[in-house]
Design a protein around this ligand. Structure first.
Ligand SMILES: Nc1ncnc2c1ncn2[C@@H]1O[C@H](COP(=O)(O)OP(=O)(O)OP(=O)(O)O)[C@@H](O)[C@H]1O
Length: 281
């Protein structure tokens, strides 16, 4: 059995001011993605235009198959758009299907599966991106230990992934994504496989990590309430082809405690977004 390490709390602790110099904004213009398949073309994204501010937290929601993962993969440099451009901090990231690797090297990625190396300890997993960049052993261990503390894994630095719970493994994956001080953090359903209580706790912690790191975050989720809780804006995609249906600002004050979900303002946003989704039926 493993145990969660982070103290339960309903009030987020105060956070250090973010480093505004590091984050960059993203500009997506006219992005289409067409997958050629044996049964014809699948228009996964069509005419996506989206500006995301430096340090902003944007949630992507929508029905299964509406193109959330496709858009995130385009933003992370893993998938070339069929048409359109992506800029990060004013630099071209994707133009005409060509990518600038240097731009994407500054991004951190977190997926639904933690994808840790089972034969490495937590600290070695977290430090791996630093090792790949040639950071000295001592420096990368010190930084990885610091990041373990940021994500609530102090005391588990020398554990192996199999000795951690699902939530702890995701924390390690987030710490690894933060290792290179990313300007942009792209997260594809990072808490989708976790139980509801752990997920709530991870949402509180992610809010704090976002505030401390100052990174721009794009977060894919199936959960409307998770999207609203975390985001500055919620982008709702609609399928066949994947288009932006609406962009909803979330003006709830930060830091947000778990209790915000019981407020009228939160409830109204969730209901309005659910209604929009239902209209697609
Ligand atoms: N590699 C691929 N080849 C062909 N079609 C694909 C491929 N990947 C995704 N698609 C199609 O593109 C569309 C968008 O898929 P995508 O995975 O981006 O949606 P999603 O909103 O992330 O879905 P989910 O919420 O179920 O994860 C779907 O119709 C899907 O079938």
């Amino acid at each position: 059995m493993t145990q969660e390490t982070v103290v339960r709390r309903s009030e987020p602790a105060p956070v250090a001011p973010p480093d505004p110099g590091r984050a960059v904004g993203l500009r997506v213009a006219g992005v289409d993605k067409v997958y050629p398949t044996r049964r014809g073309e699948v228009h996964a994204l069509s005419g996506i235009d989206l500006d995301i501010g430096a340090g902003e937290f944007v949630s992507l929601v929508g029905r299964s198959g509406c193109g959330k993962t496709t858009l995130l993969r385009v933003l992370s440099g893993l998938l070339a758009p069929t048409r359109g451009t992506v800029e990060a901090g004013g630099r071209s990231a994707w133009v005409g299907g060509r990518r600038d690797d240097a731009v994407f090297a500054e991004f951190g990625l977190v997926f639904q599966e933690a994808n840790l190396f089972p034969w490495f300890t937590v600290v070695d997993n977290v430090a791996l991106p630093l090792k790949l960049r040639g950071v000295s052993r001592g420096d990368r261990r010190a930084r990885a230990i610091e990041l373990c503390a940021t994500v609530g894994l102090t005391g588990f630095e020398d554990s192996y992934p199999r000795e951690l719970s699902g939530g702890m493994r995701q924390r390690a994956a987030i710490a690894r994504a933060l290792a290179c001080d990313p300007s942009v953090l792209l997260m594809d359903e990072p808490f989708g496989a976790l139980d509801a209580m752990t997920r709530d706790r991870m949402n509180l912690e992610l809010q704090q990590i976002h505030a401390v790191s100052g990174a721009t975050v794009v977060f894919v989720t199936h959960s409307i309430s998770e999207a609203v809780f975390l985001a500055d804006r919620v982008v709702l995609l609609t399928p066949r082809p994947g288009r932006i249906r609406s962009i909803t600002p979330v003006d709830l004050p930060r830091p947000r405690a778990a209790e915000v979900e019981a407020t009228a303002g939160f409830g109204e946003l969730v209901v309005a977004l659910r209604r929009e989704l239902d209209q697609e039926d």
